[in-house]
Write a protein that binds this ligand. Structure first.
Ligand code: CDP
Ligand code: CDP
Length: 222
């Protein structure tokens, strides 16, 4: 349904996209697409089925028929609950390795677009505003300093009881930013019509309120 409204929230890792997009969707009664989860699920599937992360055609084939379901905050792959497994930092790294492959990105387009089927959609990722939903009503590019982002990730991991190390996190996140920003296909960069929101000095709720305000303005301008 091309008429349904889309809000895109793109940005680097741990900028707060997931948290902010999810809350904005809840406020507005919109659907939510976590596009990073699709790259993560594809990477997890490849690792579990023994497909090399360099095998572009093999991974694209997995992505095209990804047996995934999203149910009340849980993610299923082939019927198995992989909610925690898919969020592992190592799977984020593997996801960013397969995300450079153009055939894999192409294979996930249709699935991403299919989430736009209801009242409205909030989509978060890297290329939601630039490639997947260029006609979005509102495009936000969330950023924060590498230090702020690493300490957010650190807190999240410790809260989940997962051992973490700040130094490794900063290194991992800087490498992932570099790979996401420098790739030829759909690199991480703000759409020309995106509004940039630096949340280094903001909490998640302040970011949510800012996005809702911009959305209300965009609606009034229609
Ligand atoms: O939560 P975090 O920002 O760490 O990662 P994510 O959004 O789950 O995405 C994992 C990886 O998938 C990213 O590092 C990107 O390389 C890739 N990705 C992408 O290329 N395009 C998207 N729309 C979403 C994710
Ligand atoms: O999806 P992305 O990787 O961009 O970030 P996330 O998974 O939403 O994680 C961001 C974490 O930082 C969450 O624990 C948030 O509560 C926290 N946070 C935020 O999202 N926004 C802020 N302005 C400050 C903190």
């Amino acid at each position: 349904n091309p008429a349904s409204i889309v809000i895109t929230i793109d940005g680097p890792t741990a900028s707060g996209k997931g948290t902010v997009a999810h809350r904005v969707a809840k406020h507005l009664g919109f659907q939510y697409l976590d596009s990073g989860a699709l790259y993560r699920l594809t990477a997890l599937m490849a690792i579990r089925t023994g497909v090399s992360l360099q095998d572009e055609a093999g991974i694209a084939a997995l992505a095209r028929t990804l047996p995934c379901q999203f149910q009340h905050g849980h993610v299923l792959l082939g019927g198995q609950d992989v909610t925690d497994a898919v969020r592992a930092e190592q799977i984020g790294v593997s996801a960013s390795q397969i995300a450079v492959l153009p055939q894999v990105r192409q294979a996930l387009v249709e699935l991403q677009v299919s989430f736009r089927d209801g009242v409205g959609l909030v989509a978060d990722g890297r290329d939601m505003g630039t490639v997947i939903f260029p006609d979005a009503r509102l495009k936000v590019f969330l950023t924060a300093s590498a230090e702020a982002r690493a300490s957010r990730r650190y807190k999240q991991l410790i809260e989940k009881g997962i051992a973490a190390n700040m130094e490794d996190l900063v290194k991992d996140l800087t490498e992932r930013d570099a790979r996401d920003s420098s790739r030829a296909t759909a690199p991480l960069k703000p759409a020309p019509d995106a509004i940039i929101l630096d949340t280094s000095e903001m909490n998640a709720e302040q970011a949510v309120q800012q996005v809702l305000e911009w959305y209300a303005e965009a609606q009034r301008a229609m």
